[in-house]
Ligand binder design. Structure first.
Ligand code: PMP
Length: 362
């Protein structure tokens, strides 16, 4: 019997076991083609079916309206930080960014290279412990777009409710919480996400963009960096990351099988609760980083009273088989990432480990 790890990696992260098993089974002979999916032409009918089905599954699962394009790009979410302002900013245009963590900062820094940008709100002062209240968000109404990060992978905060921006197009980096709960896509002009948390392996970036918004994009930019190039060609302008898209399609199939996003969010809430409870019931032994109403269901961040104790906790966690629970290298501390494919059993086992460690060291 294969022993699967208690995988709390922040991304790339756990994938559903059934998807891995199916991929393994199909690896050498993909559906009677006599070759693996990686060896198929991206222009073949067999690949195109995989590609189109992945798009259809995502549209279905997220209830994406017909006036949106679903694109599969490369370069990670990080390239989106540049592509967005390249396509939608420029001389005389400005954009607002809501600052909720390191990834917002990176997105903001890229946009600065292309146009006028301002911070619509920021929670940096409080070490990004919270999501700004909707009333704190300031914009003028003539911005080319407003950008936010729906889940802050490093600080462990998550938006519960999104701002109504009127005529200003709203863009969200959903890299670390896409597909973790139902979301009203029609509120956004664009959503993007690197696949390597909830969607599949790294190498694919999903972009969901409203067609009318695309029409406003700049045309004097490199072909590969134009959204319209990929939209016009069904993300087959050049060779797409075929294996990653295949895996993404299988992960979407798994989400459908288990009951769609309603069931996914129910599971995610249950999983996060068992770990947050261990923090909240610890009499201050564990100190949650995020303010309660900003807590993420995907990345649970916490500290222990001293660096020494934290170090001991992380060493022992690793010994007990809990992988990836060290905080991001930029801020330290502890972090358990409980993405869609992390089973409840892993979360329960980790919370029991936390209780046990406290008993021994409290
Ligand atoms: N945005 C967020 C919220 C992220 O968590 C990450 C990666 N962890 C990125 C952007 C960068 O993604 P990539 O590595 O795919 O460029």
């Amino acid at each position: 019997d294969i022993k699967r790890a208690y995988n709390f990696n922040a991304g790339p992260s756990a994938l559903p076991l059934s998807v891995l098993e199916k991929a393994q089974q199909e690896l050498i002979d993909f559906r009677g083609t006599g070759m693996s999916i990686m060896e198929l032409s991206h222009r073949s009918a067999a690949y195109e079916e995989v590609h189109n089905q992945a798009i259809a599954h995502l549209k279905d699962l997220m209830s994406i309206p017909d006036n949106y394009e679903v694109l599969f790009l490369q370069g990670g979410a990080s390239l989106q930080f540049s592509m967005i302002p390249m396509n939608f900013l420029g001389e005389g245009k400005k954009a607002g960014y809501v600052m909720t963590g390191s990834w917002s900062e990176k997105a903001f820094a890229e946009a600065k290279l292309f146009g006028e940008v301002s911070q619509a709100a920021s929670s940096k002062e409080g070490k990004y412990r919270r999501i700004p209240r909707l009333a704190e968000i300031q914009f003028q109404g003539d911005e080319a777009y407003l950008h936010l990060t729906s889940n802050n992978t490093i600080y462990g905060t998550q938006w519960k409710e999104f701002p109504a921006t009127g005529n200003v197009p709203l863009i969200a980096d959903m890299s670390s919480d896409i597909l973790s709960k139902p979301v009203d896509v029609s509120k956004f002009s664009m959503i993007y996400a690197g696949a390597q948390k909830n969607l599949g392996p790294s190498g694919v970036t999903v972009v969901i963009v409203r067609k009318e918004f695309l029409e406003k994009a700049n045309s004097n930019i490199p072909t590969m960096l134009k959204y319209s190039t990929h939209a016009k060609n069904n993300s087959l302008y050049n060779t797409p990351p075929t294996f990653g898209i295949y895996m993404l399609g299988e992960v979407l199939g798994w989400v459908q099988e288990i009951g769609g996003l309603e069931e996914v969010v129910r599971r995610n809430e249950e999983k996060a609760k068992v770990i947050y409870d261990a923090i909240d019931n610890s009499n201050g032994f564990y100190i949650g980083h995020a303010e309660n109403d900003s807590r993420s269901l995907m990345n649970i961040t916490f500290n222990l009273k001293s660096e020494e104790l934290e170090k001991a906790f992380l060493v022992q966690a690793k010994q007990e088989g809990f992988i990836g629970v060290n905080g991001h290298r930029s801020i330290g501390g502890c972090r358990a990432s409980t993405y869609n494919a992390v089973p409840y059993e892993s979360c329960k086992a980790f919370s029991e480990f936390m209780e046990q460690f406290q008993k021994q060291n409290g």
